[in-house]
Design a protein around this ligand. Sequence first.
Ligand code: NAP
Length: 304
Amino acid sequence: MTNTDIAVIGAGTAGMTAAIYAKRSGFDVTLFEGYMPGGQIVNTGEIENYPATGKISGFDYSMALLAQTEGTGVSIVRKEALSVARKDGGFEVATAKGEYFAKALIIATGAKNRELGAAGESRLVGKGVSYCATCDGAFYRGRKVAVVGGGNTAAADALELARMCSEVVLIHRRSEFRAQKADIDKLRALPNVKFLLDSVVDEIVGEDSVRAIVVRNVVSGAKSEIAVDGVFVAVGQTPATALFDGLVKRDLSGYIIAGEDCVAADGVFVAGDCRTKKIRQLVTAASDGAVAALAAAEYLSERE
Ligand code: NAP
């Protein structure tokens, strides 16, 4: 069993910021990440709303944050946390590499892509259905694609794809977008972007690869088949919080219930997209990381 003061689960913006703040508060910090450090933003082509960075790719941003985190002396365990349980007044975190004992826990596991639920979707994943425009967009250079969703991810994906695809059809189930107006205005000005509003994708059609989508207008009920080579699904995320059932309270969507103080339970703090909150942005993830770390530091200081 390896001992640490604060275990941070998840190395996205929230987790890495929490680790930096906790380390700088004088505590021993272990950060667990089973996949790629950086979280969801790794897949974002260009970030242009984070203070002082200017335009930066999600990958470059993530690598800079990782280097900064490593530079503070945080121990990074490149293994998934398989279980987390209360033990001896602290928490036991089990990984495939061994067990760790922490006096406080910061959960920053973020969220993962939500599926559309259309017929044919799961069968055609990797054969024309993608959840990551940055990862797969280049395969569709000069071809026609659909982007499904009305949030910031859908808008960013459509902008990125419009730079390389012959045509991008943005399909959203309502007529109002959640996405920032600035991005929607940019999309409206592009000649190769078409909007299909009040519309849902009922089916993704194709044998070995995507050939078309069946779209239904939710107002008129009219259905049409549209030929496309790829479908980029950007309909939001579901929080990766199942591991913490029993340790914390979760809402009906699975988000961990905590206020702006990021306190989820005794000794448990939650930061970033997996927390109940209104605005999920890089900057609010970073903010949560700092708040959670300083709350954990205060909790441990009061116990000593
Ligand atoms: P989101 O904001 O939750 O938006 C999801 C979109 O998908 C919504 O427009 C929703 O429609 C639609 N949708 C959900 N389920 C659907 C279904 N079954 N069929 C059809 N449409 C469906 O998710 P997101 O765009 O991935 O963004 C997640 C968070 O990351 C947000 O807080 C966002 O602001 C943030 N983000 C930030 C940046 C940045 O900082 N640059 C970039 C990307 C994302 P309704 O609108 O009708 O609910």
